[in-house]
Design a protein around this ligand. Structure first.
Ligand code: UDP
Length: 347
């Protein structure tokens, strides 16, 4: 049985992924400092996994949780010295672009220094397989979508994007000079709601990302959505993004893992876009939500955010061919699942 380490595993977001990996007979170790999540999620995962085909006893044996911080090498040392880890799935830490502009040092330290600590300890324990959660923000904003993996990267507009760009480059060097085997999965815009309605995103504070904000307005918790700019060169002037469903995202991670394991070449370094080919504008997101909730969504047009780009969507051709997985869930399903989650949470 292979052992995986899931770092910066942010609770509910990756619960579904952890269950999927357990079902595939992996030994799963979760590592997190619990800054964005709650230890009770570990128990929820155990419960969901045990109630599927796995059974309580096997889940107890196959899932471990370590509370730790990537900025503390000793926390990492403990995990690696107590386990033989085959592959690390290095998830995202905080994902808010706006927040990264307010707290750049926090982002550099958590993301870049954290990754350096992690890879150093990996090297020491001869674990060289890594799947990294990268992002569409690595693409040069002057480029025109759809972005392929060959599209120019760099010139990032915010510290969050810069950390992703830097980490990709560090991992490329480690692949070339230290025999690391690397897959950078470049997520476009994930929507974190599972179809079961049990797992989803509902931050306690005011959300930074579009869909969680829309959901709070739909639920009456916030009065109106601010649409950041309607004078972009897009279909209706509002920002366009490529929204992906967490269920598809989890499948892509599993496929990436299988690709890493089945590929016997010594050298492996891949950047892979995870998206749908389709861009959806903010106004389209509002219209789709109104159709789903059966009510109008209060909104007003305000100024652009300084770091925003007009449009970001991708060609996921490489993911489809190399990872054998094509996004199955539409943006409307993602909104529907988000709404379902919010309603179940309230009831
Ligand atoms: N957006 C908006 N109002 C909000 C949040 C986001 O109009 O309250 C827009 C934003 O300008 C962008 C799109 O929605 O065009 C997606 O923004 P998000 O922050 O979710 O993702 P990112 O910009 O990081 O791709």
């Amino acid at each position: 049985m292979k052992t995986l380490l899931l770092t910066w595993w942010t609770g509910y977001i990756w619960s579904h992924n952890a269950v999927l990996l357990l079902e595939q007979w992996y030994q799963v170790i979760l590592f997190d400092n619990l800054s964005n999540s709650d230890k009770s999620t570990v128990e929820n995962i155990k419960e969901i996994a045990a109630s599927s085909l796995l059974g309580k006893e096997r889940v107890e044996r196959s899932l471990k949780f370590y509370e730790g911080d990537l900025r503390n090498t000793s926390d990492l040392e403990k995990v690696f010295s107590e386990n033989t880890i085959d592959t690390v799935i290095h998830f995202a830490w905080a994902k808010a672009v706006g927040e990264s502009c307010e707290k750049p040092f926090e982002y550099y330290e958590n993301n870049v220094v954290g990754t350096l600590n992690l890879t150093k300890v990996m090297e020491k324990h001869n674990c060289k397989n890594i799947i990294f959660s990268s992002s569409a923000t690595v693409y040069d904003p002057s480029q025109t979508p759809p972005f392929s993996e060959e599209t120019k990267t760099g010139n990032t507009t915010n510290p969050y994007g810069t950390t992703k760009f830097l980490i990709e480059n560090i991992l490329r060097d480690l692949a070339t000079h230290a025999d690391f085997r690397v897959i950078n999965l470049r997520y476009f815009n994930p929507v974190w709601a599972h179809e079961s309605g049990l797992i989803g995103e509902d931050p306690n504070d005011i959300p930074n990302n579009l869909l969680p904000f829309i959901m709070k307005v739909a639920a009456g918790e916030l009065t109106e959505l601010s649409v950041f700019g309607n004078d972009y060169d897009t279909v209706d002037g509002t920002g366009v993004r490529d929204y992906i469903h967490v269920v598809d995202l989890a499948q892509w991670h599993l496929s990436a893992l299988k690709h890493l394991e089945s590929n016997t070449t010594h050298l492996l370094y891949e950047n892979i876009n995870l998206g749908t080919w389709a861009g959806t504008s903010v106004m389209e997101m509002i219209t789709f939500t109104e159709e789903i909730i059966g009510a109008s969504l209060p909104h007003k047009i305000v100024a652009r955010r300084p770091w925003d780009i007009a449009s970001a969507y991708c060609s996921p051709d490489k993911a489809e061919k190399l990872l054998w997985w094509k996004a199955e869930k539409s943006v409307k399903q993602a909104i529907d699942d988000s709404w379902n989650f919010i309603q179940q949470k309230k009831s």
